[in-house]
Structures are given as C-alpha cells and as structure tokens.
Design a protein around this ligand. Structure first.
Ligand code: NI
Length: 225
C-alpha cells in the first residue's frame, strides 16, 4: 500500500531544513546506489556523514515518532537515518528497486518500506514525480512540502525528469515489525477503523474494545520484535 502522511514537518521546520541544506556540499547521488541503479540515477545528495545531515535526520526521526499515522502505517522497528537529495533541471532517477538490506554503520536493516519526505512545494518545480508501480499500475506522487509518502520498498519506482526548478527531499527506509505488506495494510485499516469508532462511541465501547483485542492479537501473531 501507498500511504500519504500529511504534515510530518510544518512550514517552519521545512524552511529550517532547506536553509541548512543550502549550506551543504552536494555530491553525486550514486554514492549510495547499487551498481544497477547507479546506471539510471542522476541526482545530488548531501554526504551521509555531514553533521548537518545527521542533525536534520534526527529532527525528522523525532517528528516521525510523534506522528501517529506514520507509527500506525509503518509499525517501525528500525528507521534508517534520513538522507537528503535534490534533483535540478534535467535530473531524474530511472526505474529501479531499492536494496533489500542496508547498513547504517554496523547495523543491518531489512528495507520493508521506502519513504520520501518532500521539502519543496510542488509549484516550485515541474516534473519530478515519484512514480511507484504496483498491481494497480503506476502512481505518480508529488506532495506538499512537509508531507511524506510511504511505499513498499519492493516496488519498482522512478523519479521523473525535472523540467523546471529543483526538487529537494529527505528519503529513508523502515524495517517494520511486520514484514508483509498485506498484513501491515490490514493492521493499518483495522487501526483506522478503531480510531474512527472511538470518536462517536467512546474508547470503552464493548465493540471497540473487542476490535482492539483483535488488532493486538494479530500484531502478536505477526510482529517480529
Ligand atoms: Ni529508490
């Protein structure tokens, strides 16, 4: 499933990120690409080791922890430290898949979900859609600055060529407690149903409590922690 998470960062936080990123050295994005995707990758990234990137990444991780829709949709076990990229006019990233395993220092991650947090308003550039393929076909994603898309890391995807302006974003991967996308989707739907029930009937309603028990029992069955 593709999940749009709104307002992970507010406009002040986005502006702060952009100002700090503007002062960084940008390197060829192929530094973090596998051999196959390096052939179709044409963008710029901030070095993973840059102190500002670590600091902004930590700020984003902090905000994600306080974003219930992210926690509910991703059921995160580990979140890879966010990276930052930009696509200027003429840049693109052709069709590829993300590596199944990534290393952050000595820590190994299984990439269950890929995430893109948009930092540029859509009106500031043309092209640059993130295009994700699933069994329903292709989905073109271009979100407001501060919004994020979560999609299965197993999906074929690409970033369309930029024809005007520049598109800046944070991107990272999540190892979920629930590896299977179908199981994770079901839990997300169930959680949303419980939340929507809780408003009119109250948290203590017997049916809401039973559904919550079902949710917890499924999570117990499926979660690797
Ligand atoms: Ni990718």
């Amino acid at each position: 499933m593709l999940v749009h998470i709104e307002q992970v960062l507010n406009s002040e936080e986005v502006a702060g990120c952009l100002a700090q990123l503007a002062a960084q050295d940008w390197v060829d994005g192929r530094v973090t690409a596998g051999e196959q995707s390096a052939r179709v990758k044409h963008n710029l990234q901030v070095s993973q080791e840059a102190p500002a990137a670590r600091e902004l990444g930590d700020m984003i991780l902090g905000r994600l922890g306080k974003t219930p829709a992210f926690v509910s949709a991703a059921l995160p076990l580990r979140v890879y430290p966010p990276l930052f990229n930009r696509y200027d006019e003429g840049m693109a990233f052709g069709e590829h898949v993300d590596n199944a395993i990534r290393f952050a220092g000595p820590v190994r991650f299984r990439t269950d979900l890929s995430a893109t947090l948009f930092l540029t308003e859509p009106s500031d550039y043309d092209g640059g859609e993130l295009i994700v393929e699933d069994t329903f076909g292709e989905h073109a994603v271009k979100l407001a600055a501060g919004d994020m898309i979560l999609y299965p890391a197993s999906s074929l995807h690409r970033v369309a060529s930029i024809t005007r302006g520049s598109r800046w974003a944070a991107f990272f991967w999540v190892q979920s407690m629930v590896r299977d996308d179908g199981q994770r989707s079901l839990l997300y739907d169930l959680d949303n149903t419980i939340q929507s029930l809780s408003v009119p009937v109250g948290q203590a309603d017997a049916a809401a409590v039973r559904l919550t028990a079902t949710y917890n029992n499924l999570l117990r069955m499926w979660a690797e922690v």
